[in-house]
Design a protein around this ligand. Sequence first.
Ligand SMILES: [Mg+2]
Length: 200
Amino acid sequence: MPRWDSDGSGASRPSGGEGGGPGNDSVSRRAAAIEAILLDVDGVLTDGTFEPGDEVAGIPERKRFHSRDGLGLVMAKRSGLRLGFVTGRSSGTVRGRARELSLDYLREGCFDKGPAFDEACLRFGLSPEQVAFVGDDVQDLPALRRAGFAAAPADAHPAVLACVHFVADAPGGRGAVRQIIERILEARGKLDNALYRFWG
Ligand SMILES: [Mg+2]
């Protein structure tokens, strides 16, 4: 079995830390129940910056995604988790990314993310305890409060950090999503398999 200690620290498991939300003595139990992951996009899968586009002129909005997060999403899909984006903006770039990753759910132009979370649960046939949400800013709070496992990048708004169960060491757009996915896969006993396939 491969060792997962590429940072040289000898650590064999994802790090990151508990957030300020309730029930943090049971982060692993919460993560083990997860069957689907919903993610905000800006500030989570990106560093929050973007260059506005012009859809009429056919100029797409430009965002920068991180390849390690992308592979994490592939690992999650291959491990049987369902995935969705819930984003406040509308962007062909995000729609393209959703197609590329064969996402199971996409809500754009969504500022009220609580009802979107409820809708995704219904669509998936899952209870809120079985659905994770990853967000970085205050409009994510209604969904984060509903989620069985709420997680955030290291540079999320303080109100978000105070509410979630797990905070990644990495900031948004720089590997936070990969770390959160690996934490969930670890709790579900699927991390070694998800990583092992890449050792051939
Ligand atoms: Mg955001």
